[in-house]
Design a protein around this ligand. Structure first.
Ligand SMILES: NC(=O)c1ccc[n+]([C@@H]2O[C@H](COP(=O)([O-])OP(=O)(O)OC[C@H]3O[C@@H](n4cnc5c(N)ncnc54)[C@H](O)[C@@H]3O)[C@@H](O)[C@H]2O)c1
Ligand SMILES: O=C(O)[C@H](O)COP(=O)(O)O
Length: 403
């Protein structure tokens, strides 16, 4: 058995990943560190990978979290490298911060706290100033207010459920909603087909979309102009989903009462109507642990069995192991590649025991189990087929073979 089949997998971490997750990768099979050469896998949270060279050795990238805009996913497509994330694992943490933001804004809590901090005098003086000035911070209650949610995925749905329980009315806009997400949505969420209509009807608007070309500056001057007077706008998704100049104009003109976000910027810093948190949405012990457990389990199953679950660029592909000899192939989604792969295997009389092939956009992924081991020259021949992007031969080694 070639040495390379029995070596440890190298895992490079670019951010701190909760130990409860990393501990699932046993030391006999995985070497993990923040300074590992020739990594098989890169694990990260928000580290920006766009400007770093990604070693040729990398066969997967695991994002312990939801957003993958910090990862060059298109570049990985071209290399046949799946990028994984952890849908839903930090959704409750974000939901709680959205609720906090909504309450902070609707009850004017931040300026009220600042007012109290500046009070001077003895208790009698403090009491007099409090009672004289508290009307400045009078707020609104949430029941009956309309919350408009843009993006009804893992987080948007939880925000909708919580808001309904608080007595709010909820509308949602999500032209790309998945069937699963639609099934799990409360029947009380009113579907709105145009984003302009949604913001026009809402007292509070919350953004829960990924950042990509189609959502960049989704909230722009035109959309802000459609908002009701005194809208509370929450952005716990990504900074570039809003045009910050449009936010400032909206505040100036009175259509935005408060902008609450998780992404501080120089332009918005110190603005009295802006509440900015330091990207805290997923920063709870529970979310960090959920994400770490989920991503390490996905990566382990991919490295050892070739199975893919929750990738943002590859289809979900899993197959039970009935025989030890498995090959995983990533290729361009073009005609006749499967035929060429099976011809390669048949050329030395290899019998295919089981096979699964799925495609997603321009990528296809195949798991092939054979009754016998595959010689290196056949793997090389498959690698040389035009359109094949990555081949991994991942036999399940017996304890004898592993020694
Ligand atoms: N602040 C934080 O710490 C934090 C934590 C987690 C996630 N996030 C951000 O929140 C985003 C959403 O997370 P999620 O877990 O809910 O993801 P998700 O994939 O479950 O949901 C995203 C939803 O947005 C919808 N969508 C896509 N484009 C849209 C568009 N143009 N208009 C309306 N809807 C659109 C999709 O159909 C999907 O239903 C992440 O991509 C990430 O950027 C931030
Ligand atoms: O997309 C996400 O999951 C969040 O933005 C969380 O990012 P973090 O893992 O860096 O806190």
């Amino acid at each position: 058995m070639p040495e390379s089949l029995d070596r440890k997998f190298n895992i490079l971490t670019l951010n701190a990943i909760a130990a409860i997750g990393l501990n699932r990768l046993s030391a006999d099979r995985f070497q993990i560190g923040s300074n590992i050469a020739d990594p098989d896998v890169i694990l990260l949270r928000s580290h920006n990978m766009h400007d770093m060279p990604i070693p040729k050795s990398v066969v997967a990238i695991g994002r312990a979290g939801a957003g993958t805009n910090n990862i060059p996913v298109n570049q990985m497509n071209a290399r046949g490298v799946p990028v994984f994330n952890t849908p839903g694992a930090n959704a409750n943490a974000v939901k709680e911060l959205v609720l906090a933001g909504m309450l902070l804004a609707s009850r004017n809590i931040i300026p009220a706290i600042r007012f109290v901090e500046k009070l001077q005098g003895d208790d009698t003086a403090l009491h007099q100033q409090v009672e004289a000035e508290k009307k400045r911070f009078s707020g609104l209650e949430l029941p009956g207010q309309m919350l408009g949610i843009i993006g009804l995925g893992k987080i948007g749905r939880l925000v909708a459920d919580a808001a309904i329980r608080l007595g709010m009315k909820v509308s949602g806009f999500d032209p790309k909603i998945t069937v699963d997400a639609a099934w799990s949505l409360s029947a009380e969420v009113r579907k709105v087909n145009e984003i302009e209509t949604l913001v026009h009807r809402s007292h509070v608007v919350s953004l829960h979309v990924p950042l990509n070309d189609s959502t960049h500056h989704l909230v722009n001057t035109d959309l802000v102009a459609k908002m009701q007077k005194n809208t509370i706008l929450l952005n716990f998704s990504r900074d570039e989903i809003v045009d910050e100049d449009a936010i400032l104009v909206g505040i100036e003109k009175g259509s935005i009462k408060n902008y609450i976000c998780d992404f501080p910027s120089q332009k918005l810093q110190h603005h009295p109507a802006v509440i900015a948190l330091p990207h805290l949405g997923a920063s709870t012990k529970e979310a960090e642990e959920n994400c770490a457990i989920m991503i390490t389990d996905q990566i382990k199953d991919y490295l050892i069995n070739g199975n893919i679950l929750y990738s943002v660029n590859f289809p979900d592909v899993t197959m039970e192991r009935e025989v030890p000899y498995r090959t995983a192939i990533a290729n361009a989604n073009v005609p006749n590649l499967l035929g060429q792969i099976s011809t390669c295997m048949a050329s030395i009389g290899l019998n295919i025991h089981n096979m699964v092939n799925k495609s997603r956009g321009e990528i296809a992924y195949t798991l092939v189990d054979t009754d016998k081991p595959i010689p290196r020259e056949i793997i090389n021949a498959i690698e040389n087929i035009t359109g094949v992007l990555m081949v991994r031969y991942i036999p399940k080694l017996s304890s004898n073979e592993r020694q």
